[in-house]
Design a protein around this ligand. Structure first.
Ligand code: SF4
Ligand code: SF4
Length: 413
């Protein structure tokens, strides 16, 4: 694609990056075939190619409008289009740049501003979020049914083995997952303990993804720096990896190095953090290949329970880890059911379910139909956002896959 970006913008790092991305796009439109919003809304401007044109026009000098903002807001940032694109267009990064520019130019309505501020003030702050969650649970009987269903049930963390191994890895505690499903990290610690690795959780906070996707870049970078400060003593002390059990947070942590590359005080540390990042599935898959790993000689503990696996967009498109979890569940004795259109987003997408509720609900209904079509006993996934979103509409249990693996290991001893 030929570009004529304004000279002033082209002179900035974002301008050069956007120009390079735009020039890779050959307008073929293959990406539309896997775009959930294009499939639902049928408007070219609600597909990747249309959004790329909108961003290009704006970066070439056209003034963005509320309509530009709406079409970019409706994007789920699922990045299915990146997986499909034969030219390697980094759409997600272009969208970040485009959204940030629109945010600076197009004013939002009072309602939108208040909602975004409230999300930024509550969701990434673990204690505030946990307090409001407890309050919501106390008031549950008074709530309308749809709101009641969206409140996650209380979960207590299972045991966390004391550090006893020479091999140590850090794990992101984060915000929403720590408040709603603390057993996910504990289950990861139990699995890794069995594999000869001690998992250490520190008092870090939100990875920055929520602020990043709301185009609050300064707030996102402040969170990244704070987390790096918390982790650094253990990293400097030889922690082997930084493990993340929520793929949405993992996709963010993997980008710390890129997003802080111009920060002289943090660029080196951020690059090291990205280098050490591992999704929990990568660690488990690698360790299970070693001789003497669980399930090698003992019967697997999954007991043949039928599981539908929902692969989050951040796992399959963001981190490009397609098909990594399913064999782990099968090896642990679970039977995987068939799921059609597994590449499509469930509609969770961070805060999307709150900001674009109509599209989000439709995508959830479609996804649940696909997941439940083969009558599984339960649904498993790899990201807390998807888990909570699907649980609010599903008629069977939804778990993180690492919890299922921990149960299978415990029952195969
Ligand atoms: S990120 Fe997802 S919703 Fe956005 S344009 Fe790409 S495929 Fe469509
Ligand atoms: S598939 Fe890639 S090259 Fe083709 S229109 Fe979409 S982004 Fe552009």
């Amino acid at each position: 694609m030929q570009t004529r970006l304004s000279a002033a913008f082209l002179d900035t790092p974002d301008g050069q990056e956007a120009d390079a991305i735009l020039r890779k796009c050959v307008h073929c439109g293959f990406c539309a075939a896997t775009c959930p919003t294009y499939q639902l809304l049928g408007d070219e401007l609600d597909g990747p190619r249309g959004r790329i044109y909108l961003i290009k026009e704006m970066l070439e000098g056209a003034r963005p409008s509320h309509s530009t903002q709406l079409h970019l807001d409706r994007c789920l940032t699922c990045r299915a289009c990146e997986t499909t694109c034969p030219s390697g267009v980094r759409y997600g990064r272009l969208l970040d740049i485009g959204r940030h520019r629109v945010e600076l130019i197009v004013p939002r309505t009072m309602r939108q501003r208040l909602l975004r501020r409230a999300l930024l003030a509550i969701v990434p702050r673990r204690k505030r979020f946990a307090f409001l969650l407890s309050l919501g649970r106390a008031l549950r009987p008074l709530m309308p049914a749809p709101l009641r269903r969206s409140l996650p049930a209380r979960q207590h963390a299972g045991s966390w083995p004391a550090p006893r191994h020479g091999r140590r890895m850090l794990v992101l505690k984060g915000c929403v997952q720590a408040a709603t499903a603390p057993d996910i990290n504990a289950a990861a610690a139990r699995v890794l303990d069995r594999l000869g690795i001690s998992l250490i959780e520190m008092n870090d906070g939100c990875c920055g993804a929520l602020a990043h996707h709301l185009s609050a870049q300064d707030a996102a970078r402040a969170r990244m720096r704070r987390n790096i400060d918390v982790w650094w003593p253990l990293i400097a002390n030889g922690a082997e990896a930084l493990v993340v059990t929520a793929s949405g947070c993992g996709a963010m942590v993997r980008e710390y190095g890129e997003l802080l590359r111009d920060d002289p005080a943090y660029a080196r540390k951020a690059a090291r953090v990205s280098e050490l990042f591992r999704d929990i599935s990568q660690v488990v898959a690698r360790e299970l290949e070693k001789p003497g790993a669980p399930f090698e000689s003992r019967p697997p503990g999954g007991g043949g329970r039928r599981v539908a696996f929902h692969s989050p967009c951040t796992l399959q498109h963001g981190l490009q880890l397609r098909g990594i979890v399913e064999p782990l569940l099968e090896r642990a004795g679970y039977t995987l059911t068939r799921v059609v259109d597994g590449h499509l987003c469930c509609g969770s997408a961070g805060t999307y379910s709150l900001l674009q509720p109509r599209i989000s609900r439709q995508l959830r209904a479609n996804k649940l139909d696909a997941l439940q079509a083969d009558a599984p006993d339960l649904i498993a996934t790899a990201n807390i956002g998807c888990l909570m979103h699907l649980a609010s509409g599903a008629d069977r249990p939804i778990r993180h896959w690492i919890e299922l693996l921990a149960e299978a290991i415990a029952s195969s001893r």
